[in-house]
Design a binder for this molecule. Sequence first.
Ligand SMILES: Cc1cc2nc3c(=O)[nH]c(=O)nc-3n(C[C@H](O)[C@H](O)[C@H](O)COP(=O)(O)O)c2cc1C
Ligand code: SF4
Ligand code: SF4
Length: 263
Amino acid sequence: MILYFSATGNTRFIAKELASRLDDECLDLLKRIREKDYSPITSDKPFVVCVPVYVCEIPPFIIDLIRNTPFEGNKNIYFVFTSGGYSGICSTMAKRLARKKGLNYMGSADFKMPRNYIANSTYPELSEEEIRHRIDVSYKHIPEIARLIKDEQKLVKLSKHVWLFEILITVPFTPVWTRIKQGVKRFSVSDKCIGCRKCANLCPLKVIRADEKGRPVWDARMCAHCMSCIQNCPVEAIEYGDITPPKKRYTFERYGITKTPKP
Ligand SMILES: Cc1cc2nc3c(=O)[nH]c(=O)nc-3n(C[C@H](O)[C@H](O)[C@H](O)COP(=O)(O)O)c2cc1C
Ligand code: SF4
Ligand code: SF4
């Protein structure tokens, strides 16, 4: 069973490609995350959890869901991370999570994909060429990982090694960073909004409420900054302060890349 969360399509792409090669089911976790639905998930095949990296870690709402959801059937669990190039301490977190659930940790794999985070100015925007290059390289990497999972072999050296110093830096750093940087105050919506409610329906934390015209109202102080609302708006009506107006939007689907699954 392939389980995934994806805000802008990178992880969905990898998850679906894996599912097709493994001839396995693919479960989008968005609804479960939104509803805090912790009902059991059963699979005869190994569990493969595919998630994006947020601030060097597995996003807290994913940890919460996996920790509280009984996984029944197969005892093996794999993790697949998509990131902009640095998966931080995710594989260590995954190993710990598997152990706590009483499952066999079978390893993690990293995919370097286009970066979707546009609410700060730290990184330069990627060129179209670089975006397509990253997707192509990742695509070529999929069959090897699918084969190992199919044979229920361990994934060795397919994710970065986590050094102790990374854990010592990340564990205190990430909560501080998220508290300072992941407020919702700077989100705004322009007159371009057509009231389609897509942003409200996609928000994994249900932070967005649609007003009577269907326009978004951010109803909390903080959020996951997953970028789903801002990146998936069909008319680019959402902005984040003065950072995003000059920036191009990114979703995997926008690139119209359809790879033919090769079983
Ligand atoms: C809140 C947030 C934090 C992120 N932190 C990291 C990070 O620490 N390292 C990294 O390489 N990419 C980071 N990224 C980039 C995403 O992990 C990457 O683009 C991922 O493939 C997005 O997956 P999705 O399209 O399935 O949502 C971050 C993105 C977001 C939204
Ligand atoms: S997705 Fe965009 S157009 Fe649709 S309601 Fe949200 S802001 Fe408005
Ligand atoms: S409000 Fe925050 S958590 Fe919700 S979709 Fe937008 S960025 Fe993601």
